[in-house]
Design a protein around this ligand. Structure first.
Ligand code: HEM
Length: 375
């Protein structure tokens, strides 16, 4: 009974607030249930924060675990504007946009200083008629005309160089570090790689690009390393432009798609003992080729299809060449007193070792400076 602002002994205002809250919760669950009817399964999102907390520090690992519960195709809500698009301004209020724009400004300045287009252009003008001068990538980009005959504007040129620098350096160096870390834990694998190279290369020179095709074990090491340590384990986010149906599920236009290459690479139905480093598995499965732009999808450190990494050939060749030479020219050991390699991961632009790897090299043979310079 309402009496003097009371309803069954409760303050009327409290009852109204409670009623509103309950309605909001009921409406939220109802709207969520409707929305999810045609979506793949996935963890139930918390109001406002969604499933963001499920990602943790190493999202590819946590999503892999979640896939064990919900299956390979999962639906998650990651940001507040996924719930209520007109609340996207909150992301701005959190200050991320301004932080990013500061980082962008610093990065733009570093790129401009590093590539120094004007002096590079002057140098190229002086050198281009010298037959011994080999134009570098910056020269080629500066000189390449568009279809309308003009050159790429400097600002665009710098952005392009910046993107290549960001996408290509840390990924490649981290890959090499992971490979050395895996190999030093299994010295017999280093010996096998060295025996293979000794038989193919023969004379005492550096390993060349043309040798790599004849080094199947080294290539198997590369594949196994990419399988266990894809530098970009969730590739890059992709977004659907149109509403799409897949496996009976509905994906509205604008759905963000993350492909968990890490989870694919550790699928026990494809790879026995998926967490162990075993290059022999690829000698037994030569058809699995991470350099193929389409199927097989068992190994995809560079992604697949139209948006696959455009630097994949350069990256694969450079990493293989670097690894081959490190193993061919040197024997390696852990620093005195160290018996274990810490394999903990952390994420920067790509996944890297949390603790940098320190190894001690010992030359396997004398290599004259002349033969190094010739290479
Ligand atoms: C081990 C080395 C590398 C790995 C594992 C790697 C991997 C990847 C992956 C997984 C993607 C996203 C593909 C997707 O979303 O489907 C990507 C994109 C990209 N990569 Fe690489 N990458 C490497 C080295 C390089 C190098 C050396 C360059 C250039 C010099 C490069 C340039 C790029 C660029 C520009 C993109 C963005 C492409 C786009 O927006 O469509 N990457 N890379």
């Amino acid at each position: 009974m309402a009496e003097g602002g009371l309803l069954f002994g409760f303050e009327l205002a409290d009852v109204l607030v409670a009623a509103v809250l309950i309605s909001v919760v009921v409406l939220y669950f109802h709207a969520e249930a409707l929305q999810r009817r045609r979506c793949p399964p996935g963890p139930w999102p918390w109001p406002v924060v969604g499933n963001f907390s499920a990602l943790g520090d190493l999202p590819y690992r946590n999503l892999h675990k979640l896939a064990g519960k919900y299956g390979g195709l999962m639906y998650l809500r990651l940001v507040i504007s996924d719930f209520v698009p007109y609340l996207s301004f909150i992301t701005k209020l959190q200050g991320h946009a301004s932080k990013f724009s500061k980082i962008r400004d610093v990065s733009d300045k570093l790129t401009a200083d590093f590539f120094d287009l004007d002096s590079h252009r002057n140098n190229y003008k002086k050198m281009k008629n010298d037959p011994s001068y080999v134009p570098d990538f910056e020269d080629v980009l500066m000189e390449t005309p568009f279809e309308n005959g003009t050159n790429l504007p400097d600002q665009d040129l710098l952005k392009l160089l910046q993107e290549l620098l960001n996408a290509g350096t840390e990924t490649s160096s981290n890959t090499s570090e992971w490979a050395m870390a895996e190999l030093i834990r299994r010295p017999e694998l280093i010996e096998r790689a060295q025996t293979e190279m000794d038989s193919v290369i023969g004379s005492k020179r550096l390993v060349e690009e043309s040798d790599i095709q004849q080094l199947p074990f080294l290539q198997a090491v590369m594949k196994e390393n990419f399988r266990l340590h894809p530098p970009a384990p969730l590739l890059l986010p992709h977004e659907s432009r149109e509403p799409t149906e897949l496996l009976g599920y509905h994906f509205p236009a604008g759905t963000e798609l993350l492909v968990n290459a890490f989870a694919i690479h550790r699928d026990p139905s494809v790879y026995d003992n998926p967490d162990s480093f075993d290059p022999d598995r690829f000698l037994a499965r030569p058809h699995v080729d991470h350099m193929s732009t389409s199927d097989p999808y068992e190994l995809m450190p560079f992604g697949k299809g139209l948006r696959m990494c455009p630097g994949y050939r350069l990256a694969n060749t450079m990493v293989a060449l670097m690894l081959a030479n490190l193993l061919y020219v040197f024997d390696w050991s852990l620093p005195e007193g160290q018996t274990e390699v810490d394999m903990t991961e952390t994420i920067g632009i790509s996944v890297r070792k949390k603790q940098p790897l320190f190894l001690v090299p010992k030359p396997r043979f004398e290599l004259s400076l002349e033969s190094v310079a010739e290479n």
